[in-house]
Design a protein around this ligand. Structure first.
Ligand SMILES: Cc1cc2nc3c(=O)[nH]c(=O)nc-3n(C[C@H](O)[C@H](O)[C@H](O)COP(=O)(O)O)c2cc1C
Length: 141
């Protein structure tokens, strides 16, 4: 059984910021060991992150991330048991939503009735584009 948690938070780091690079390096190191996969999306003001893994492991990871001073106001958008991972190949994917992509991002999120589901499918769209553009992008698992 896999648990999937999606949250949003307010970033306290600059945009764009090398802090995101540090976060990803840590995430890649830990998540591979813990069997956690997922995707991190960065907008000028927010983080959206999907974390997938075992039940107990996710309690630990979410608890640890929540205390991180690089962001604040974490809100859980969904916390479900799922049959399969959406990002099985990604120890943690990442996408920075640029101003140029902002309309596409807002349109995508306003289209669906379920915000969390729309957010996850936007992450999948970005991950798919990245895989197409650069098959060498780190896919850790
Ligand atoms: C937005 C955000 C997302 C993060 N995602 C992860 C993650 O997926 N996995 C992880 O281990 N740490 C993640 N972190 C970092 C943790 O909060 C924490 O700093 C880190 O795990 C501490 O590792 P260290 O003790 O090895 O330095 C994230 C931090 C932020 C701000």
């Amino acid at each position: 059984m896999i648990r999937a948690v999606l949250y949003q938070s307010t970033a306290k780091t600059d945009f764009p910021s090398t802090a995101d690079h540090d976060i990803l390096e840590t995430a890649w190191r830990h998540n591979g060991e813990m069997g956690v996969t997922g995707y991190l999306l960065r907008t000028p003001t927010q983080y959206f992150q999907l974390l997938e893994g075992g039940d107990d492991v996710l309690d630990d990871v979410v608890g640890m991330i929540k205390k991180d001073p690089r962001h604040t106001d974490m809100k859980i958008l969904c916390d479900n048991t799922v049959n399969e991972r959406r990002f099985a190949n990604w120890a943690m994917g990442y996408h920075l939503v640029t101003e140029a992509e902002r309309d596409e991002f807002d349109g995508w999120l306003n289209d669906g009735d379920n915000f969390a589901e729309s957010m996850i499918s936007f992450m999948q769209l970005m991950a798919g584009r990245r895989e197409k553009a650069s098959p060498m992008h780190p896919q850790m698992r």
